[in-house]
Design a protein around this ligand. Structure first.
Ligand code: IPD
Ligand code: CA
Ligand code: CA
Ligand code: CA
Length: 272
């Protein structure tokens, strides 16, 4: 926990030091950005973790996996969660460091880059923000809730793009936010400032830390259908627990949009 906290805090400080500087931004695919700051943050975290845990597997968003997959422990690192926000100077981004033990998330540290908040949780140890205990909300009705979600970078190519779910929950609740950082979305479910979260197209580094936070703050995290969550499955439903089965039922009711819209709009017919 101490090593992960040190790495997250140092990486967040490094990311803040990019503020105001012109940033090198590349597109991995349309709308999917990576910046020099993502890479620098990742290098820093890797250096710290490797120094302390040379045996462990480390999976990072930008460099992939290092170490043998046979290891008991695997670190899931998102060096900058909220790259799109960061690249536009919108101050909502995080560093997320999670630890899996036999594929099960057991430790999570998330640092809010711009507010400086440090969220931490360990299995059976509770969850904290800046060393003070946090707890999920007690909202019991969807009609009184504030939810959060996100849209994966493949949303242009797939009819399963979360648009229908977003509209559906927007009708049923006091609002649905799109924070732009899955790690912070989960952290705010853990603090009770948001009541629930769902998303598809996620990677393990987006959610490993946040899952531990929500659970340790008294919330529930499962697959969309309520079955045990697998961090590699890409889908997640997290809530304060009270709203979980209602969210599960609504997700089951919503069908993905029947058509996908081609990138660049509808192709022109020949001769038109
Ligand atoms: C993204 C953010 C976003 C979520 C996307 C993620 P990145 O991570 O967490 O909120 O909707 O699915 O890929 O690329 O900014 O690290
Ligand atoms: Ca991410
Ligand atoms: Ca990232
Ligand atoms: Ca990314």
């Amino acid at each position: 926990m101490d090593v992960a906290s040190e790495a997250a805090l140092e990486a967040a400080a490094l990311l803040r030091s990019y503020g105001g500087n012109s940033l090198t931004v590349e597109e991995k695919r349309p709308g999917d950005l990576v910046t020099a700051a993502d890479r620098a943050s990742e290098d820093l975290i890797l250096k710290i973790l490797r120094r302390h845990f040379p045996e462990d597997v480390i999976l990072t968003e930008e460099s992939g996996q290092q170490g043998s997959a046979q290891g008991l422990y695997a670190w899931m690192i998102d060096p900058l969660d909220g790259t799109t926000n960061f690249a536009h100077g919108y101050p909502f981004a995080a560093v997320s460091i999670g630890l899996l033990q036999s594929r099960e998330p057991v430790l999570g540290v998330i640092c809010d880059v711009f507010r400086g908040d440090l969220f931490r949780a360990g299995q059976g140890m509770g969850a904290t923000r800046n060393h003070k205990p946090i707890q999920v909300s007690t909202t019991k009705e969807l009609s009184h809730s504030l939810l959060v979600t996100g849209f994966a970078y493949d949303r242009r190519e797939t009819p399963d793009n979360n648009y229908a779910e977003f509209c559906h929950f927007t009708h049923l609740t006091q609002g649905v936010r799109r924070g732009g950082s899955a790690a912070l979305d989960l952290a705010y479910v853990a603090t009770g400032q948001l009541d629930g979260y769902w998303e598809r197209g996620l990677s393990p580094w987006d959610i490993a830390a946040g899952i531990v936070l929500v659970r340790e703050a008294g919330g529930k995290v499962t697959a969309y259908d309520g079955s045990p969550v697998d961090v590699y499955s890409g889908r997640l439903l997290a809530s304060n627990g009270w709203l979980h089965s209602a969210m599960q039922q609504e997700l089951a009711q919503v069908r993905p949009l029947p058509v996908s819209f081609p990138v660049g709009g509808i192709p022109k017919q020949p001769g038109k």
